[in-house]
Design a protein. Sequence first.
Length: 232
Amino acid sequence: MLLLLLYPLRKKFKPLRQWGRVAHWFRIHMLLGILGPLAVLFHANFKLGSLNSNVALFAMLLVVASGLVGRYFYAKIHHGLYGRKATLQELRGDAEVLADAHSTDLGDAPGIFERLQTFETSALSAHRGLFASAWFLLTLGVRVRWVRFGLLRAAASGLRHAARQHNWDSRTRNRRIKGAHRYIRRYLANVRKAAEFSFYERLFGLWHILHLPLFILLVLATIAHVIAVHLY
């Protein structure tokens, strides 16, 4: 359990930053976070004991639960559990690349880009409170489907009208409609990921504030337990 402290020390102290990659230390931290509490449960024989041992045990279980929640938040804002941290700029950059690739398809469907950008601005608004953001995230899937449905219909209608004006053959018309639909779906998917990232990044920051006091509580409860065992 004490070895769990090596991971935060590795990140904070410069002399330790040369000792391997942070991703490897994180793997070890997660492994120790499972093996340590498991060893403590065997030590307690999976039973409750005296008051001081119960306090130490439940403090440990609380820290473990907090660690599992933190792992979930961590995975939400990283490319894979042990990968590098994602950024809103990267996700927005993906959307810009898609816009450049499909500009010819949507150029003949007026208003699509503007509606996509309006939805993106609304979805990534940073002025909501935590609970308002949570509610927005819960309903984001429905919002995305509704916007996507309207945009797909509008794009198809605009491109059919352009096909009649420019005398496109059916193959060209269908290809452009499929390209526009593919772009809209991917763009909205990126906006959704960016909105989720923004929310979970806030939660991860709040979790950091809570997790350290819980770990300090665990250390103090463990020290009190060890002293009580040797004295009484």
